[in-house]
Design a protein around this ligand. Sequence first.
Ligand SMILES: [Fe+2]
Length: 305
Amino acid sequence: MRDVVTKRTRYPGPITEAKKHAHSLVDQGFATDEALAQVLHRYPAELFDINLYDYDDAGQVSLRTGARGNLSGDQLLAAIQAGRLWVNLRQAEQGCPGLWAAAMGEFARIQATYPGMRAVTNAGQLIISSPVARVPYHFDAAGVMLFHLRGRKRLFIYPGDEAHLPERAMEQVVARQTTEELPYTLAFEPDAQVMDLEPGEALTWPLYAPHRVDNLDKFCVSLSMDFQTWPTRFRNGALYTNAVIRSRGGRPRFTEGMTTPELAARWAASLALKRVGGLESRIAHFERDFEPEVGAQDGARALNA
Ligand SMILES: [Fe+2]
């Protein structure tokens, strides 16, 4: 089964399957309640994503989004621990520089175990989520190393073939015409590689592989580090250029069949397109539905109700 999944994954890069690695970030004290409350307290409000996910019987997700509000770090932590919230602190490289520096050391050590893997940029999010939170099926247009710090998570990692990861959907995500959610059906479930993560474990998977996450009834904290390599830069640029061509009525070839020089040319074209405005993002602005609140249902108080 695993072998079949590996072969069906397009552009996997040097990481051929999901694999765990040990890390020392928990032992270094970054994930205590005290440390987390401090991070939450001082983190810039504009770098918070606070999501509340609901799922129907067919596994289809609906999303409400929250604003940071005025809770202290301690109160925010309590609302997350008792609620049903998924809090994503963006730009962890700036927002929690101590944790980030330590994580970059761990990344370098793990990267060295993959011959040919060379990240050219790294960025990250600190994800602090309620015991019952679940992240829907999506892909990241990057490599990912997920450093798990608190609680238990179950990762479901799917093949990156056209059935599970349609290139047209990838184009829409890369060009920011939609959020990172992909078409999903319960019929994908037998195709998943399933990995449970404990504190002190990091997980990597093939570049672009679709995945989803269930927290296993415990408050969870993870640092999600994403990274670009030259091949992912070229691929993302080519996907962006394809999105622009498609928006103008063209029918571009899929990047899957392109050689490296062809991908590089389309990456260069994407830089020029972005300079002249390219495609306007459709996800820059949206209304917030709630603010975190200790003791409220789901840990959320509705706004404008
Ligand atoms: Fe992800």
